[in-house]
Design a protein around this ligand. Structure first.
Ligand code: ZL4
Ligand code: CA
Ligand code: ZN
Length: 393
């Protein structure tokens, strides 16, 4: 077996900061920054760091965050201290400023550092792309797509993706944002609602009354008035429980292929939330590591500057598998790495099975029922195709 070597003709950069991983949302909170440690350790165990430029992410500055976020919100975020909240009062406090301090977005020790390191990694990645020093830049600590200008939402406080895309827009005329997290990428969509320089497309579980955040219907495509240049520039792909690799990849390739043809982006930002994998604590899909990774592979084949962000992912062993496989795709060594996990990988017992590609049976016992009839998927493709007639690069 030969060592993993640098890809010929292009550069991959990897942006992370171990200080981000030590933060805790709370014992039983689903978001575990520690999953970044597990992911990185598997990536390093495969020897992939030798094939990339590795950077310790810096903290984003206040001014950089203020490119998107309101200063009122940032000032508050920078000064609030965690207050122990009695368990039975959690999420019932009517005085939550900026949606901070509830059970989804708790206040914890070092919150502002955690947020600014996540955004710092995303910004470093964006700058490497802008200055053409990387062809693919990876920021697994980013991808926090729900945060709003002046509000925390769904485990997200600072929208590192929006801040990074704003950086890309200084050099790139058109940016395509793609979101394969199981949740709707509402914060990013909303931030770019009124520009035709960013197209957003999110694939997500959609059930307005029972699944967070409840937005992202097929016909929510941006404010529909002729004055708004951003009209038609939001694509939503609402899905149901149990979608499979085969169906997802058909949809992804068809829809993203057509968008790239029509919109002609000059850079792509891909949010790789791993909660769309089978067996995720919060997710509902039947995707395997292969199917999730196929989305990254498809984007890479577009031959455009590419940023890979992390995002959701609540079963750490599967998050680590997916982001390891996707790092290997970025480097182009996916055929070369062993599908058996390296013997010496730290936390080896965390992974349960010794393969990078567990089967659905191994993950779930019994796969979740697929509630995505083929006819519905065809209707989605047709809607998007018609929507794209209004889009012109
Ligand atoms: C938890 O066990 O659907 C938070 C959140 C904390 C610890 C103990 C508190 C118990 C599941 C979720 C009370 C929990 C009540 N703890 C949570 C409407 C809700 C109000 C809050 O992947 N309750 C809100 C957010 C979603 C809601 C998903 C995805 C982020 C991303 C990008 C964000 N919020 C109902 C839920 C637990 C918890 C257990 C939880 N929260 C599951 N889904 C939500 O897209 C990073
Ligand atoms: Ca999504
Ligand atoms: Zn999610």
């Amino acid at each position: 077996e030969s060592a993993i070597t640098r890809p010929k003709g292009y550069t991959v950069s990897f942006h992370c900061n171990p200080d981000m991983e030590k933060h805790h949302f709370g014992m039983t909170h689903p978001m575990k920054p520690w999953r970044l440690t597990l992911s990185k350790s598997l990536i390093y165990s495969y020897g992939m760091s030798f094939a990339m430029d590795n950077y310790i992410a810096r903290a984003a500055t206040y001014e950089e965050l203020a490119d998107f976020h309101s200063t009122d919100y940032l000032d508050f975020l920078g000064t609030v201290l965690p207050e122990p909240v009695p368990r039975d009062l959690e999420n019932q406090n009517p005085d939550l400023r900026f949606n901070l301090g509830g059970s989804d977005c708790p206040l914890f020790e070092g919150l502002y550092d955690y947020c600014s390191l996540s955004a710092g990694g995303a910004l470093d990645a964006a700058r490497k792309i802008c200055y053409k020093q990387s062809d693919i830049a990876i920021a697994w600590g980013g991808g926090l797509h729900h945060a709003k200008k002046a509000e925390a939402s769904g485990f997200c406080y600072i929208n590192d993706i929006v801040v990074a895309i704003l950086q890309l827009l200084r050099f790139h005329p058109r940016v395509l944002y793609i979101d394969i997290d199981v949740h709707h990428g509402d914060g990013v969509e909303e931030a770019f609602f009124s520009t035709d320089r960013v197209m957003t497309v999110s694939f997500h579980k959609y059930d307005p009354n029972n699944f967070f955040p409840g937005t992202g219907a097929l016909d929510d495509n941006g404010p529909k008035n002729e004055q708004n240049p951003g009209a038609h520039h939001a694509v939503n792909v609402p899905l149901n429980d149990g979608i499979t690799d085969e169906q997802y990849d058909m949809l992804f390739n068809t829809i993203v292929g057509r968008i790239v043809e029509r919109f002609r982006p000059t850079a792509i930002a891909l949010q790789c939330g791993a909660d769309s994998l089978a067996g995720d604590r919060l997710g509902r899909f039947n995707l395997q590591v292969q199917g999730h990774g196929a989305c990254v592979e498809f984007c890479k084949k577009m031959n455009l500057p590419l940023i890979l962000f992390g995002g959701g992912g609540y079963t750490p062993r599967n998050v680590a598998r997916a982001w390891t496989y996707e790092t290997s795709i970025a480097i182009g060594c996916q055929e070369k790495i062993s599908p058996m996990l390296p013997q010496h990988a730290p936390w080896r017992q965390q992974f349960r099975q010794d393969t990078l590609f567990p089967t659905l049976e191994q993950i779930l016992g019994e796969p979740r029922q697929n509630r995505n009839p083929q006819k519905r998927l065809q209707d989605i493709v047709q809607h998007v195709t018609e929507q794209l007639r209004f889009v012109q690069a």
